[in-house]
Design a protein around this ligand. Structure first.
Ligand code: ZN
Length: 207
């Protein structure tokens, strides 16, 4: 039962975070390394946008499907099923109770949208929405809270018992990005983006 609930945990245990993890090649102009996959990703995107790359192009390069103000939806680079993504706050905080209330509320609202999007796009029999806090709980990226969201099908536990190398995924990450983006993009986020840009310029805002 544990495997069925946290199918994403096993591939990551004891893995160290490699240098500049989370920085995609297209955004490697950013030279830093914050030691966190998510923080690196957000900093690389911010740097690219500040240097003229369109927001959506930078987000897509990083696998960011959707964002509001304090949180975004990121594709899992090592999905356990097509559509496997994560809702994560931009701020580097390790636990749910440490999130500012506004951020926590936004995270849950986005999770609702993702949940609906996964049913819409993938027509699964069920969906896992799960948070692991800390290595002991199976978090692949400890220290930066994220909620895994993935579609599930009756009988699909078979692929969880196989190794990562033999996992069969029927679509590429780029296809997943497009499909999820197409159903998530509808809400007007221009206000949130404007606020993000303003506070980024003042170096106060999150990622
Ligand atoms: Zn972080």
């Amino acid at each position: 039962m544990d495997i069925a609930w946290t199918p994403w945990r096993y591939a990551y245990i004891a893995e160290e975070t490699p240098a500049r993890a989370g920085v995609p090649k297209a955004l490697s102009a950013w030279q830093g390394d914050l030691g966190c996959v998510f923080c690196n990703m957000f900093a690389a995107v911010r740097f690219a946008v500040e240097n003229g790359m369109p927001q959506q192009e930078a987000d897509r390069a990083a696998g960011i499907v959707y964002r509001q103000y304090a949180c975004c939806v990121v594709l899992n680079a090592y999905p356990y099923a097509s559509g496997h993504c994560m809702v994560t706050p931009l701020e580097h905080l390790p636990t749910l109770h440490q999130l500012p209330e506004e951020t926590a509320e936004e995270m849950v609202r986005i999770a609702q949208r993702v949940d609906e999007a996964l049913y819409t796009v993938y027509r699964p029999d069920g969906v896992n929405m799960g948070i692991n806090e800390g290595k002991a709980a199976g978090a692949g990226v400890a220290g930066h809270l994220h909620m895994h969201c993935l579609p599930r099908w009756i009988g699909d536990t078979n692929f969880m018992t196989t190794t990562a190398e033999t996992r069969v995924l029927p679509e590429t990450l780029d296809v997943t990005w497009q499909r999820l983006h197409d159903v998530l993009k509808d809400e007007d986020i221009s206000e949130g983006l404007a606020r993000w840009a303003k506070e980024s310029a003042e170096k106060k805002g999150p990622g």
